[in-house]
Write a protein of this length. Structure first.
Length: 303
């Protein structure tokens, strides 16, 4: 068995992988609690693993009302953005309401450091056109289409639209009902379709844990984020589905340790991040599998 990574070092495979979705289901942490918790994550030894704070357009008012970080020099500017002395809050704007929500949401998010936009839409071409028209050029974006539109020939059509744009795809890997979780073949079709086109993507929901498993309370079949990372390098659908179906954590950890630097680059150029309402869970899973070595205690459960 390979030695664990150096204490406090976040391996390249996991850097920026965990977008903080604490205010979304099933966590549903109040914004006033989630922001201080996010600041703790961003100041911790594992900060390199943590992406932006995800917030829906309808909660930007709550976000603006959160007091600045303690110790900030000069307090806060309008919108609750810290001045010199505290790291600014990087916000990922989540827009489930579609293209019509984009313009007002961008205006409301102006006081924040906008790390990205995630736009749900029923039409990929329309979403791309609106992003082209309204999004500042330095702000990245991801487009999420309903899963029913990504089945059969619909998947190829959507991915072909996105591959000719500067935007990532976004795929929903779980939710609050069993039907929200795609099986391994459906997810493999998406992953390999993106891999064949060189199209980057992010995932959301249901990926808190490293390894595929059945939730003992709900009975839902959850994909593991290690499974998805390893499947991201596959261009063959059957091969990707087999990786997604693996339930042996030690086997997945062994495969991760065997990755070359080039493979890690290919994987993370494809699978860029996923939203998780817990930062503690994925870190704890990585530590338990010997893929992360902690110099300090890991964070407590934050859901």
């Amino acid at each position: 068995m390979s030695a664990p990574v150096s204490a406090g070092v976040i391996p390249e495979l996991f850097r920026g992988l965990f977008d903080d979705a604490a205010v979304f289901p099933p966590g549903n942490l109040p914004v006033a609690e989630a922001v201080p918790a996010h600041r703790v994550h961003r100041a911790a030894w594992y900060a390199e693993a943590v992406g932006p704070f995800l917030c829906g357009a309808g909660r930007l008012g709550e976000l603006a009302a959160v007091p600045p970080a303690s110790g900030a020099v000069g307090g806060a500017t309008a919108g609750g953005v810290e001045e010199a002395g505290a790291a600014p809050l990087r916000v990922g704007l989540v827009l489930p309401g579609g293209s019509a929500e984009l313009a007002p949401a961008l205006a409301a998010a102006a006081p924040f450091e906008l790390a990205g936009v995630e736009l749900a839409a029923k039409d990929a071409a329309e979403a791309v056109a609106e992003l082209d028209r309204l999004l500042p050029p330095h702000v990245p974006a991801a487009v999420e289409l309903p899963r029913e539109l990504l089945r059969g020939d619909g998947l190829d059509a959507v991915l072909d639209v996105l591959v000719d744009s500067p935007y990532r795809a976004k795929f929903r890997t779980g939710g609050l009902v069993a039907e929200a979780f795609p099986d391994e073949d459906e997810l493999a079709a998406f992953l390999t379709g993106c891999a064949q086109r060189g199209l980057p993507y992010k995932c959301t929901a249901g990926l808190h844990n490293a390894v595929r498993h059945t939730d003992p309370e709900t009975g839902f079949e959850h994909h593991g984020f290690l499974n998805v990372l390893l499947a991201a390098q596959e261009t063959d659908r059957a091969a990707a589905a087999a990786v997604l179906a693996e339930r042996d954590g030690e086997a997945l950890a062994k495969a991760v340790r065997a990755l070359t630097d080039r493979q890690v680059t290919v994987i993370r150029n494809s699978f860029t991040a996923f939203g998780t309402c817990s930062i503690a869970e994925p870190l704890g899973d990585l530590a338990a599998l010997g893929l992360l070595s902690s110099p300090d205690p890991l964070p407590q459960e934050d859901r």
